[in-house]
Design a protein around this ligand. Structure first.
Ligand SMILES: [Fe+2]
Ligand SMILES: [Fe+2]
Length: 161
């Protein structure tokens, strides 16, 4: 199945459409999500994994609006996977792998470890894309993120070989 076809289901949703107005790493959240989901799509196809769940999970991994988290007393980077899961559950049908992809995509920043190879793919893609976006739009965090990504890639490599 083509990437565009998978994406189509999501972009029809009115709440999901609002992600194009949300700021994320200095770009829009929809742009960030698409970068992560396209990379996850390519990697999961290459490794012959369940690429549909991988892509769908990636498309929902940051499905939240900034004002949904503004009043919560917890750091956004820690709590947003749960909010994204809550929204995904409300608007789309999701399977176990997609649930795990959304909830574990911030590991090791949060302590929810990815359970499936598909979750590791999105976890890595999210970090690579984030380094790229921070480098391009918000230079100050690039160094710290690059270190996390390098450690994460080495850590995850063993799951594939
Ligand atoms: Fe995220
Ligand atoms: Fe993300």
């Amino acid at each position: 199945m083509e990437y565009k076809k998978i994406y189509k289901e999501f972009i029809k949703n009115n709440k999901y459409k609002k992600l194009s107005k949300e700021n994320h790493h200095g770009t829009s959240r929809i742009e960030h999500i698409n970068r992560v989901a396209k990379m996850s799509y390519d990697i999961s196809r290459f490794f012959k994994l369940d690429y549909i769940s991988t892509t769908r999970g990636a498309l929902m991994h940051d499905f939240f609006l900034n004002d949904e988290l503004d009043n919560l007393n917890v750091k956004r980077f820690k709590i947003h996977p749960e909010k994204a899961y809550e929204n995904a559950l409300k608007y789309f049908e999701i399977n176990d792998k997609e649930k795990d992809i959304i909830l574990s995509h911030m590991f090791p920043i949060t302590n929810k470890m990815p359970k499936y190879k598909e979750s590791h793919v999105v976890n890595i893609a999210d970090k690579i894309v984030s380094v790229y976006e921070f480098g391009r739009y918000q230079v100050k965090y690039t160094g710290a993120l690059a270190i996390i990504v390098t450690l994460e890639i080495f850590n995850n490599l063993f799951k594939f070989i």
